[in-house]
Ligand binder design. Structure first.
Ligand code: RP5
Length: 207
């Protein structure tokens, strides 16, 4: 049992939520966790991607935002707050989370892989916060799966999480289609400009 009151309060919050009977539409769909608040700048890409897809952040379980699709964000350290990591993973399914995005840095980036084991079968998308964290995030034994993105690619982690969620929600699938169409438009428009202006003029106009 942790001796930290601040950590115990968080564990109590998660366990109480797991026992609370809420409308599934009012609970967060995606959980974002990171090993330290120093990871936040890297993990901010997940926030940006989910916001772009119309997700809103839950900061008070009793007063969820209007949006149908929501997420929550916590700092959970695998090595400094293992009890919190367990509570997060163990309550994930009961709290209604469909996917967890977990980021950690350093050479022992164990939060994503341990959360994947504890929260199973809720899928975890791991984000190595640094290049040196890649091996410890993706290195899972057979039978203990994790989905992972390249170092720092938290934006893609959120897109993957939304893709997983979208299999049960056609509305979200449509938003992912719109996002992809906009990407295609961008490439198509720049390709036409390059072709029609020619290389020299295009380069000059771009500077
Ligand atoms: C930092 O410590 C990393 O960015 C990592 O996410 C964080 C937490 O590591 P542990 O407290 O789990 O060791 O170096």
């Amino acid at each position: 049992m942790t001796r930290s009151e601040a950590v115990q309060d968080l564990i109590d919050l998660l366990e109480t939520e797991a026992e609370t009977d809420r409308n599934p539409e009012d609970t967060p769909d995606i959980g974002i966790i990171m090993g330290s608040d120093s990871d936040l700048d890297t993990m901010y890409g997940a926030y940006e991607a989910l916001s772009e897809l119309g997700f809103e952040e839950v900061t008070d379980y009793d007063d969820p935002p209007e949006s149908r699709f929501t997420f929550e964000t916590f700092v959970v350290s695998a090595h400094r707050t293992p009890e919190l990591m367990y509570a997060y993973g163990e309550t994930a399914r009961e709290r209604g989370l469909d996917v967890i995005i977990a980021g950690a840095g350093g050479k022992s980036a164990d939060l994503p892989n341990m959360t994947a084991s504890i929260a199973y079968p809720v899928p975890v998308v791991g984000v190595p916060v640094q290049e040196k964290s890649v091996d410890s995030v993706i290195g899972m034994p057979t039978g203990a799966p994790i989905v992972a993105v390249d170092a720092g690619k938290s934006f893609n982690a959120a897109l993957s999480a939304a893709q997983i969620l979208s299999r049960a929600h056609s509305e979200l699938e449509a938003r992912l289609d719109e996002y992809h169409d906009a990407l295609q438009d961008g490439v198509g428009e720049v390709s036409r400009e390059l072709h029609e202006q020619g290389t020299e003029l295009f380069r000059a106009n771009r500077d």
